[in-house]
Design a protein around this ligand. Structure first.
Ligand code: GCO
Length: 263
């Protein structure tokens, strides 16, 4: 039955940074499709409050506080998670940060920090979980990209570099691990109403109007818009989809846009 192919019953999904925003919305979708959730964050308070929210949603979730940019820590925690919860079937590399600073003022140390969390973090997590998926001959890895995996924008040099790199890391992972029945794909969210976009989304901010005008769907994305795509890429329904980035962007990448006075 086709709907069974979308079921995640009996699977375990680790969503990094799944304590809020898009990560939480995707984790919720995976949980509702039957997966047991494992959530991580660097902040204990955020994790505790997220675990409470998952419980209220009626979803089974366990939480771990650790930093995805440290190889040794990641190794220790993945070992522990697989012992305490069970083998990780699905990894969603969602944790990330953004810094908006004009390139000519951007410090190399800040650039490195963004790349470390948004690109090196997914590398470390994928490597650590992936090497355990290889002998099991099964796994799903989803890297969370961005419009900035394809497009540039003022002030986001580090973020665009990391997210563009993550697209290529996705293709490389698909290339290296496809033979082990591990599918690695990306999701490229368009502009979503989250805390990350709060500063540029406030009413009256020129960027708010610009995005609504720039998006064929004529609105910001709601985090729940991502859940179905996450479930698809985490489920057997996508078993022959590998190395692909699925942009969930209300059509932004399909169009050059239009003048603001045109309907
Ligand atoms: C920005 C935004 C973006 C989004 C998103 C777009 O400053 O342009 O914050 O970077 O967060 O990743 O897909």
């Amino acid at each position: 039955m086709i709907l069974e192919q979308f079921s995640l019953k009996g699977k375990r999904a680790l969503v990094t940074g799944g304590t809020h925003g898009l990560g939480m919305a995707m984790a919720k979708g995976l949980g509702e499709a039957g997966a047991e959730l494992i959530i991580n964050d660097v902040f204990k308070e955020k994790l505790d409050s997220a675990l409470k929210q998952y419980k209220e949603m009626g979803l089974k979730a366990t939480g771990y506080v650790f930093d995805v940019t440290d190889e040794d820590t990641a190794e220790q925690f993945i070992e522990r998670i697989e012992k305490e919860v069970g083998p990780i079937d699905i990894l969603v590399n969602n944790a990330g940060i953004i810094q908006r600073t004009p390139m000519e003022e951007m410090k190399a140390s800040d650039f490195r920090k963004v790349v470390d969390i948004d690109l090196v973090g997914p590398f470390i997590m994928s490597k650590t979980v992936g090497k355990r998926m290889i002998p099991r001959r099964e796994g799903k890895i989803i890297n969370i990209g961005s419009m900035m995996s394809e497009l540039g924008r003022n002030t986001v040099s580090a973020y665009a570099s990391a997210k563009g790199g993550l697209k290529m890391l996705t293709r490389n992972m698909a290339t290296e691990w496809g033979k082990y029945n591990i599918q690695t794909n990306g999701i490229g969210p368009g502009y979503f109403a989250t805390s990350q976009t709060e500063p540029i989304r406030v009413d009256g901010h020129p960027f708010n109007e610009f995005i609504i005008n720039r998006t064929p769907a004529a609105r910001w994305g709601d985090p729940s818009d991502l859940a179905g795509t996450a479930v698809f890429l985490a489920s057997p329904a996508s078993n022959f989809v590998n190395g692909h980035v699925l942009y969930v962007d209300g059509g932004i990448l399909a169009t050059i846009g239009k003048p603001s006075n045109e309907n």
